[in-house]
Design a protein around this ligand. Structure first.
Ligand SMILES: NC(=O)C1=CN([C@@H]2O[C@H](COP(=O)(O)OP(=O)(O)OC[C@H]3O[C@@H](n4cnc5c(N)ncnc54)[C@H](OP(=O)(O)O)[C@@H]3O)[C@@H](O)[C@H]2O)C=CC1
Ligand SMILES: Cc1cn([C@H]2C[C@H](O)[C@@H](COP(=O)(O)OP(=O)(O)O[C@H]3O[C@@H](C)C(=O)[C@@H](O)[C@H]3O)O2)c(=O)[nH]c1=O
Ligand SMILES: [Mg+2]
Length: 298
């Protein structure tokens, strides 16, 4: 009756393997152990593991690709969480799941709070929202964390993309009219573990209690601002890159056309999470420094 983790090889899953290990016996599964597009396999897995807590870190996260592959995005981001929630409801397990800032349309001027209206602008956003809704409708005890702009040492993310481009190209243009908080995968994993401890692995949640929280690091900025900070902390030209931070050109989204529409405002107000669990949401920058140090050390 321990913890069952799905998506162990993703950015977040990798950090959850570390953060959840001291809480209870952990069974961690990746694509090799269980394909989330197979509902029957999911049910068999949960029945065999009989977990007290199911943590789902698996997802279809290719935002642009999802626009032309809605069926797969829906299967992984909506159907699979619904099946997991049904299993959790039937067995009394707690389900922990992650969602995104892309459930909002981004038109609000202030940071979003959990009770704000949702209006996803992309297939990915709609599939993630459908996942949340399936969980809420299931009657399972659940925690859903909406996070944003995840980066970590393990897996693909914006930090890796920028570092690669800064080695390949002579210049870079990045959108400056989409604002949000880069959020370290390690922070999400550590907050998940802290919340689990405070909830006594779910025993302090009522029958069928379903909670939604924003979970993002402090210090939001634009993607362009983020790119500049990445290049700056990586040392720019002195650090072996082909340009310095100031050389990165700030552009409007209209100059960077993509298949999926992204929210202009992705800022998430995390005060509910901080208050309910007596936690502090730190700045993302020290985590970025650690990540860059790890990359250099390799
Ligand atoms: N990345 C981000 O910027 C953000 C992410 N989130 C949410 O946070 C959570 C974690 O995201 P993150 O760690 O970044 O995602 P990643 O894309 O890094 O990891 C997702 C994992 O899910 C696995 N997966 C995908 N499809 C299947 C499948 N059919 N069967 C089994 N496993 C599958 C992937 O495997 P494989 O690599 O083999 O495809 C991968 O290991 C997700 O719920 C995501 O929606 C929220 C906001 C921002
Ligand atoms: C590579 C690049 C991107 N961009 C823009 C495109 C986009 O608006 C922004 C970020 O690009 P990405 O492709 O990394 O963004 P994206 O994949 O949309 O990131 C999102 O992923 C999903 C999973 C989430 O849930 C979100 O919170 C968010 O993190 O930067 C540029 O302007 N110039 C560039 O050279
Ligand atoms: Mg992406």
């Amino acid at each position: 009756m321990g913890i069952l983790l799905l998506g162990k090889d993703g950015q977040l899953g990798w950090e959850l393997q570390r953060a959840l290990a001291p809480l209870a016996p952990l069974v961690a599964c990746g694509r090799g152990e269980c394909d989330l597009s197979d509902p029957a396999a999911l049910r068999v897995l949960v029945a065999a593991a009989r977990p007290a807590v199911i943590v789902n870190a698996a997802a279809y996260t290719a935002v642009d690709k999802a626009e032309s592959d809605a069926a797969t995005a829906h299967a992984i981001n909506a159907e699979a969480p619904r099946v997991l929630a049904e299993c959790a409801a039937a067995s009394g397990a707690l389900l922990i799941h992650y969602s995104t800032d892309y459930v909002y349309d981004g038109k609000k001027s202030a940071p979003y709070v959990e009770t704000d209206a949702v209006a996803p602008q992309s297939v990915y956003g709609r599939s993630k929202l459908a996942g949340e809704e399936g969980i809420r409708a299931s009657g399972a005890r659940s925690l859903v964390f909406r996070t944003s702009w995840v980066f970590g040492e393990h897996g693909g993310n914006f930090v890796r993309t920028v570092l690669r481009l800064a080695r390949e190209r002579d210049s870079l243009s990045v959108v400056d009219d989409q604002v949000g908080s880069p959020t370290p995968a390690a922070l999400i994993a550590d907050v998940t573990a802290a919340a689990l401890l405070r909830l006594d692995l779910g025993r302090r949640l009522g029958d069928g209690e379903s909670r939604l929280y924003h979970l993002a690091a402090a210090n939001p900025l634009s993607w362009c601002g983020f790119a500049r900070r990445i290049v700056e902390l990586a040392g720019g030209r002195a650090g072996g890159l082909r340009f310095d931070a100031q050389a990165i050109r700030a552009i409007p989204s209209a100059e960077y056309p993509t298949p999926a529409r992204r929210p202009a405002n992705s800022r998430l107000d995390c005060s509910k999470l901080a208050a309910d669990f007596d936690l502090h949401l730190p700045d993302w920058q020290p985590y970025l420094q650690r990540m860059l140090a790890q990359i250099v050390a390799r």
